[in-house]
Design a protein around this ligand. Sequence first.
Ligand code: NAI
Length: 319
Amino acid sequence: MVGELRFDGKVVVVTGAGAGLGRNYALAFGERGAKVVVNDLGGDMKGEGKSSTSADKVVEEIRRKGGEAVANYDSVEYGDKVIQTALDNYGKVDIVINNAGILRDRSFARISDLDWDLIQRVHLRGSFLVTRAAWQHMKKNKYGRIIMITSASGLYGNFGQANYSAAKMGVVGLANTLSIEGMKYNIHCNTVAPVAESRMTKNIMPEDILSALKPEFVAPVILWLCHESCNDSGGVFEVGGGHVAKVRLMKTAGAIIRSKNQGSTPEMVRDNWEKACDFRDFNVPANIAESTDVACKAYFSVEEGRNSIKPNPTSATTP
Ligand code: NAI
């Protein structure tokens, strides 16, 4: 494969692009010819305050390097205003990176309503509102590339981050459905879980580890997923330290927990639990139909006197 991946003529909106990872994404797009909307509310890490300085600085940086950029200072809670800046200045929107984020970490019992609501409003609702405002324009243009930013905290959980984990897993669900609804309009939606040095990770990771996790290592994956030549959609990728890997759900082959003409009992569940949870025999459903199909197959296999089911032949059975 040859040729530089360029974004000439494309309009990209990067939310939370005044600092950290978002700044890197915006600079990388700008260097490769995209017109960039640098959105940033400019508040603190907990979501308090606002300022135009950080977005302005990144716009200046992009322009200084010969690129095109404009600032937007609205919170992603006003998604239509963020997208309007792209429409007013560049007449369209091709790419949206839902990167803006804050943290309000507390152990679960101590999470206040505000800690919960603000995190959902910025991460999940903000991603929804910005993307919804862009969606109709992408549909009309039959082109769109959308990135949701999740976190290992969402995918695996993390002590003190119940509010953040819930929101970050929420954006994965949002992307799963957008990738299906966007398919016929050439709108792709992928999700990235980055790990990198920023003000967010400064106090929670040791310095030597942080210095290995440069934000510059994440941007290339974002750019690839947003390029017109990339056909991926609905993927979840963990990215950091110069490494990228794809994540997906695995499901055990499972166990039948009823017999013909009889209901299921808690005792039957108990007696089959080990088999139900045994990942030595598994499949990787590619979609909702492949996954739910197993329940119907299980029912009819019992009715027909068999006590086993075969995984869907189109489901991958190797990782
Ligand atoms: P950061 O704090 O350096 O950057 C976040 C930016 O979003 C800030 O410039 C902030 O002003 C802006 N922002 C916050 N609320 C906003 C709002 N309502 N509207 C518009 N802008 C807003 O943090 P970092 O690390 O660069 O994080 C970027 C994204 O990556 C976040 O979504 C974060 O949750 C996610 N992430 C980062 C990880 C890391 O290792 N740094 C790990 C996993 C996820």
